[in-house]
Design a protein around this ligand. Structure first.
Ligand SMILES: [Zn+2]
Ligand SMILES: [Zn+2]
Length: 397
């Protein structure tokens, strides 16, 4: 299947198309050398070298391996930030690509190699044309998948040192039609929290349960009772999820173990619902365990906040995308995603919008985070051209 998007600015498209072999090679280089969050040393060197060669003022070390590349033109004091993430995942790659990961157990399975490449492609054109009035800050952030690189860069003074009137970011999405821009005003991605529950029992012989405190039975009971938290404690129109993704206990049929362990992921949008979820999960776990004469140890960790788009900037992106790709290639998300993104933190500090760009090849593309997922290179010139359009339009002379 081939796809064509009509670009109103054929100049941008042509400029990008001329760089397509470079973009593909760059993406494959990044894909071959993936690095886990906060260890993006080689990636960061590679990105910084390119940007320095293009003439950007390159600042390194925000959020450890993060980079801000700044380009000024004209006299306006307006600034815009565009973000790409650089980190990979602890997944063993199974794509069989000739540019597959050479780092065992680490893989670019979320397409951050593609995000980084598209922004580098845009950087090149922006620097060549200098067709804007103001300052472009290109933000290459670490650790989107694990440690919240966005928050770390902000804590290192990102927006004080590099003032942005607005900040924008995108994520590729293999389940969405190729070239489709998909976004929504307000909540777009959920807050994520994690919880580890350990049931503290008392081990013994499987044939003599009366002398033991069986943490497996208590754990099973906790898991069933947790299903009532969303259904009975949260407003029915308030999107929330409680998933027990892991349950570990015991090793043998005739041994009652000492402990049982559960790992939960908890998703929400509303801050009050988020608090209520934590409160009820604690009560349910402690109460269920107590009814069996046991206690629990609960390790509850707040993760990323919900990603909430700003109205004016969301409308701006939707309009720009309609001009760029045609109205038929722009759609509004009917529901927010229950996935999470640390782009949330930029939007808490500055107006902006986060959106999805469809990269589907076939109906059966492996999803993000799958060992056979591979970023679709065909979208590289489109994503790069869109970032150029955005910077040049936002900072129109
Ligand atoms: Zn991911
Ligand atoms: Zn991602």
């Amino acid at each position: 299947m081939t796809h064509s998007l009509q670009h109103p600015s054929s100049q941008t498209s042509n400029a990008i198309a001329n760089h397509m072999p470079d973009l593909r090679a760059m993406r494959h280089h990044l894909h071959r050398n993936p690095e886990i969050g906060l260890s993006e040393f080689k990636t960061s060197d590679f990105v910084a070298e390119q940007l320095v060669a293009m003439g950007y003022e390159v600042t390194r070390g925000l959020g450890k391996t993060g980079i801000v590349a700044t380009l000024r033109n004209g006299t306006s004091n307006r600034g815009v930030g565009i973000r790409a993430d650089m980190d990979a995942l602890p997944i063993h790659e199974e794509t069989g690509a000739d540019y597959a990961s050479i780092n065992p157990g680490i893989m670019h399975a979320c397409g951050h190699d593609g995000h980084t490449t598209m922004l580098l492609g845009a950087a090149k054109i922006l620097a060549e044309r200098r067709n804007f009035d103001g300052t472009v800050h290109l933000i290459f952030q670490p650790a989107e998948e694990n440690f919240g690189g966005a928050r770390m860069m902000i804590e290192d003074g990102l927006f004080e040192r590099f003032p942005c009137d607005a900040v924008f970011g995108l994520h590729n999405e293999p389940s969405l039609p190729f070239g489709q821009f998909v976004l929504r005003d307000g909540p777009i991605m959920a807050a994520v929290d994690e919880c580890k529950i350990t049931v503290n029992g008392y081990g013994g012989h499987g044939a003599e349960p009366q002398f033991a405190s069986d943490p497996i039975v208590a754990g099973a009971s906790i898991i069933m009772a947790l299903q009532t938290v969303v259904s009975r404690n949260i407003h029915p129109l308030m999107p929330t999820v409680v998933t027990v993704g892991a349950f570990h206990a015991g090793v043998a049929s005739n041994v009652i173990p000492e402990t049982a362990e559960m790992l939960l992921t908890i998703r929400s949008f509303d801050p009050e619902a988020r608090d209520e979820l934590e409160k009820r999960i604690r009560m349910v776990a402690e109460g269920q365990a107590a009814s069996y004469g046991m206690g629990v140890t609960l390790d509850y960790e707040r993760g990323y906040n919900a990603t909430i788009n700003h109205k004016a900037e969301t409308d701006y992106i939707a309009n720009l995308a309609r001009r760029f790709a045609g109205a038929e290639n722009v759609s509004e998300m009917p529901h927010p995603s229950m996935g999470s993104e640390d782009f949330a933190y930029y939007l808490e500090k500055r107006p902006g919008a986060f959106f999805f760009l469809g990269t589907q090849r076939t109906e059966n593309d492996p999803p993000l985070h799958h060992p056979k997922y591979d970023f679709n290179d065909d979208i590289l010139p489109i994503g790069a051209a869109f970032w150029v359009e955005l910077a040049e339009d936002y900072l129109k002379a």
